[in-house]
Design a protein around this ligand. Sequence first.
Ligand code: FES
Ligand code: FES
Length: 165
Amino acid sequence: MDQPRPKQIFGAQVNGQGVELLIAPQETLLEVLRDRLELTGSKEGCGEGVCGACTVLVDGQPRRACLTLALEAQGLSVLTVEGLAQGGELSREQRAFIEHGAIQCGYCTPGMLMATRDLLSREPFPDEAAIRRQISGHVCRCTGYAKIVEAVAALGQAAPGEEQP
Ligand code: FES
Ligand code: FES
């Protein structure tokens, strides 16, 4: 029988805070975020990389946290939905989703928000096709996507310098 592999120390910057904990090598980033760090904003929808609900940014890159081993994020910075609001103020993405009615049950919302942050960081003024491409890997069972596209498009229409994340 295989011996369990020894636990290892995992260290990363999560939402700007240094964390260090002992984890099993097979623990996913989603398990560490939700079960160890109690950051339950990132959702487990499918657990198989399909729905996008668990999306976080690792060193600025969107990653499906359910498919990412926590140790793959060793020493890196991880941004989750909990890290978007700053100083008690919702981020511009969060405000836009609320203002445009882009949230119903909210299960897909954390992943959608992280996808939005990623898109706007690369492409500040995305057209509708770019927005739909970006969220195509994110399943929303409630909104029909139109309000989400509208919210992201509104962010892209803000004059340069008018609204910053
Ligand atoms: Fe990770 Fe669905 S829970 S993609
Ligand atoms: Fe319910 Fe998107 S708002 S899944």
